[in-house]
Ligand binder design. Sequence first.
Ligand code: TRP
Length: 334
Amino acid sequence: MLINPKPILFSAVQPSGNLTIGNYIGTMRHWSSMQDKYECLYCIADLHALTTINKKKIKNSILDTLALYLACGVDPNKSIIFVQSQVHQHSQLNWVLSCFSQFNELSRMTQFKIKKTQNCIKNSNVGLFNYPILMASDILLYQTNFVPVGKDQKQHLELTCNIANRFNLSYGNIFTIPKPIISRNGSKIMSLLDPSKKMSKSDPNKNNVIFLLEEVSSIFFKIKHCITDSENPPKIYYNTHKKSGISNLLEILSTITNKEIKILEKELNGVLYSEFKNIVSDNLSKFLLNLQKSYVNYRNDEFFLNTIISNGAIQARLKSEETLKKVYSAIGID
Ligand code: TRP
């Protein structure tokens, strides 16, 4: 028997709308290097996106997202890249796990509470409520060891572990219990005009958000107008409570330049906020221009993208079916 020496890592993003620098910094920037250390599954979570997206645009968003994955260095020869809806095992396990999830624990999910108010009551759908169960299914189907998550998804991962433990307690060790990988800096990039809340691609005010595929000229405008503080004399240092706007910019600059925040603080000693903003905009635009170039190359080759999607689905179905079989057999419906 072949023994797999690498731990399994699962990650996903929704193909809804445009991905932001928050998605990149919190999640996607780690994906390339993770491929050497882990056996990676990178999923495009289109079923999750049905909870919020304009459903007619989803096919294009899937291809856009895949091209971005590739531009971020995800390699189909090293990792399994697949679209969630093409692997029916996710929906099947979702139902079983919903019978092992409690109404109360789902009601407590912070993301659900936020999204419910954002969507206002009349647009709120049950998918939003069930969302974390589908996420648990994604992760548990592959006997995942590690999940890189931004801080906002940590609670969902904890729920995943609770559901898995509850199932295992009754049926033996069917599921591997996953662990989070949370990066120290930049796991949560905040909104530009309101740094007390997370940068979100669905934010109605686009000046709060920088998209990965955004025109470079608007980056300067947005960063120029982002909220800082009125400390006198102005001083650039990291403190998320007292200086949330400046800290957010430091996080962004630190991740794209690969420099520790402590070093940046020293380098930026005495620099004016306006100058600091220019430095951030400069670095961010250079970085995004490179990423966008590579993105366009991949996005123009739909044949290549569709081949990756079909191959990924075949591999993901094979792996997930193993777990689904175990689950069905454990509960006696095989
Ligand atoms: N909910 C995640 C997001 O919006 C996407 C996601 C779906 C995911 N399934 C997952 C992330 C499983 C990690 C693991 O960002």
